[in-house]
Design a protein around this ligand. Structure first.
Ligand SMILES: Nc1ncnc2c1ncn2[C@@H]1O[C@H](COP(=O)(O)OP(=O)(O)OP(=O)(O)O)[C@@H](O)[C@H]1O
Length: 305
């Protein structure tokens, strides 16, 4: 997530800013909804290590269309988390290009990367990163405030998200009283508080038992049906099969891509009809965001670039 311990920015209006209202971000084309949610082209990232450099990404390329639900699999150390971190602007690339909603990340300063995260990216991790001293509701409201929403809009968005994610009856509970699956659902609610262009999930079911994992996967499926773009790293083939498309990483590259299970059945109507459908109405209850049709990748297998 993009929140920082600092105080929230003052609200510019009662509703959150949308991508097309961020012309001040360098590289913003101003027509974000026509661009893929995510595009990586020939991305390289090498880390210094004690003995020898580690080439985490070695020419990784991947395009995620708006509304797509893509799972990333691959052996340990193949670069999956690094790829997510690059998309989130948490890691800089050494070479190649990365765009999120059409905005080129390589051109952005650290401050602009933080703003891009605040407006376009939601992140969930294996361990939930909740604010344990705050109620369930306040966890989400604070996340919305940090994304720039005014107080009333943030409260409304928190309510809508908890309702959507099946946590409304636990709004006044403390996170420590929730089950693992509920804790991850709360983390997802926080990640969606800024109505992100893309939800990035790094092993979101890794710390859950099979019931909790099924709960989270079901939620991702519903969010996908509502047009939410999701890029998820997982080691679990059953979880990956719930995605619309599965890509495999090897040695720092995206090597293969195949259709997952999501597009074949329930996801089809929601995603195929997503051209012009509002995410805000479905996900966060605050008007404005639109997603382009995201059906690419459904029902096909390919070798990706
Ligand atoms: N900050 C870092 N400093 C040094 N090396 C790093 C750093 N981050 C990642 N690496 C190395 O880069 C390689 C790719 O790491 P990454 O975490 O992206 O792989 P992964 O596919 O997500 O692995 P896993 O499935 O085990 O989580 C690994 O060899 C890892 O040790």
């Amino acid at each position: 997530m993009s929140e920082s311990p600092g105080s929230p920015e003052p609200s510019r209006s009662s509703e959150p800013p949308r991508s097309s209202e961020l012309p001040e971000l360098p590289g913003s084309p101003g027509t974000g909804s026509e661009e893929p949610a995510v595009r990586l082209r020939s991305v390289y990232r090498t880390f210094d290590a004690e003995t020898a450099p580690v080439h985490a990404l070695r020419g990784a390329s991947l395009t995620v269309a708006r509304g797509e639900f893509v799972a990333v699999m691959g052996p340990s150390g193949s670069g999956k988390s690094t790829l997510l971190n690059v998309v989130a602007g948490l890691e800089r690339v050494d070479d190649g290009s990365v765009t999120v909603a059409g905005i080129a990340l390589t051109a952005l300063s650290e401050a602009d990367l933080a703003r891009l995260r605040r407006h376009h990216v939601g992140m969930v991790f294996q361990f939930f990163h909740l604010l344990e001293a705050m109620s369930v509701a306040d966890n989400v409201v604070l996340a919305a405030r940090l994304s720039g929403a005014g107080r009333r809009a943030a409260v409304r968005r928190g309510h809508d998200l908890l309702d959507l994610l099946g946590l409304l009856e636990r709004a006044d509970s403390m996170p420590g009283t929730l089950s693992g699956g509920q804790r991850q659902r709360l983390a997802i609610a926080r990640a969606l508080a800024n109505e992100p262009t893309v939800l990035l999930a790094d092993e979101p079911t890794g710390a859950l038992d099979s019931a909790g994992a099924a709960e989270v996967l079901d939620l991702f499926t519903r969010l996908h049906e509502r047009g939410q773009t999701i890029l998820m790293v997982t080691h679990d083939p059953q979880v990956a099969a719930g995605a619309q498309r599965i890509v495999t990483m090897r040695d720092g590259r995206v090597s293969t891509s195949a259709s997952g299970g999501a597009g074949a059945g329930t996801g089809a109507a929601g995603v195929a009809g997503a051209g012009g459908a509002t995410v805000a109405a479905g996900v966060a209850g605050a008007g404005g965001a639109t997603v382009a049709g995201g059906g690419a990748g459904r029902g096909r297998a390919e070798v990706s670039a």
